[in-house]
Write a protein that binds this ligand. Structure first.
Ligand code: HEC
Length: 151
């Protein structure tokens, strides 16, 4: 094999490796954003059980749950690079990549509502209930537009 053929072969290998790692990164981003949303879901469940009286209201625990939600958006918003529109059993709707700014606005609203609920927790169950209601509305307002419903 001539030297130039060897070089061409090597650069082809390198190109294949780049494509393969791109796919792996896409799968990672999808898995990671599902994980972040699962944590948000778990924290919301804790809040909702306290509001319904299924769990005793504990201000610290309520605050910690809302802090989990409030801090999730910063990371979550970064997990939508191009190439992650499909695969990995994602339920992210294609619209995210069309109107990302609106998607981001809705996410920031969730974070702001959760920060308010976190502060309200120290004032007792009733103020927490009201603030928590806004948090759950923000979930729905995003999922309605940006999440594909699966049966
Ligand atoms: C700004 C948009 C947005 C907001 C706000 C939002 N979500 Fe999500 N959520 C998504 C998207 C997009 C997915 C799908 C992610 C994927 O499959 O790639 C998702 C997925 C989920 C999942 C499924 C995770 C899994 O196992 O695949 C749960 C649970 C969830 N969200 C709960 C919540 C709760 C609870 C709230 C409110 C506190 C909330 N979400 C707020 C966009 C949002």
């Amino acid at each position: 094999m001539s030297k130039s053929n060897v070089l061409a072969g090597l650069s082809l290998l390198a190109a294949v490796a780049v494509v393969a790692s791109g796919a792996a990164i896409a799968q990672d981003a999808i898995a990671k954003r599902k994980e972040v949303m699962k944590a948000v879901g778990g924290a919301t469940k804790t809040g909702s059980q306290m509001v319904k009286g299924e769990l005793p209201f504990e201000a610290d625990k309520a605050k910690a749950s809302m802090d989990t939600i409030a801090s999730a958006w910063g990371e979550f918003a970064k997990l939508y690079p191009k190439g992650t529109e499909t695969g990995g059993e994602t339920t992210a709707a294609p619209k995210i990549w069309e109107t990302f700014e609106d998607f981001d606005t809705k996410g920031k609203r969730m974070a702001a509502d959760a920060a308010k609920a976190s502060a309200a927790a120290a004032q007792g169950l009733e103020p927490f209930k009201a603030a928590f209601g806004e948090v759950t509305k923000s979930c729905k307002s995003c999922h309605d537009d940006y999440r594909v419903k699966k049966n």
